[in-house]
Design a protein around this ligand. Sequence first.
Ligand SMILES: [Zn+2]
Length: 142
Amino acid sequence: EHHFTFDEAAAFMIQHYGEFSPKMAALAQHAFEHRWIEAEDRAGKAPGGWMESAPETHESRIFMTFTGSPNDVSTLAHELGHAFHSSVMADLPNLRQDYAMNVAETASTFGELIVADANVQAAKTNAEKITLLNAKLDNPLA
Ligand SMILES: [Zn+2]
């Protein structure tokens, strides 16, 4: 399985977000450059990720454990999808900024799938491709 450094993951994500939407890529680049993401892999820290928006500042923060696996790159893409959603909601009137969970997961799942597809395309062996396709099928169940 290919392992990413955090900087490689950032470049990979910005590239593939950008192939779909320059606005999504710009948000991701802004998040990386302004250190919105706390991703250190340290003892006692749980796996997974979380995004929290701060509407007052029009910013988001992402907390996750990044080990360098393709799955962590997908998690990062998922959380950045949430951050993108928050960024496009920021200028709407307050009463239009509330949304249900299924809507909340739309941009994040979409961002995750952009990167999951790119990971499958970049696989160097059939075994790696099968592992990545399996993860792509498992994640929606989660
Ligand atoms: Zn989510």
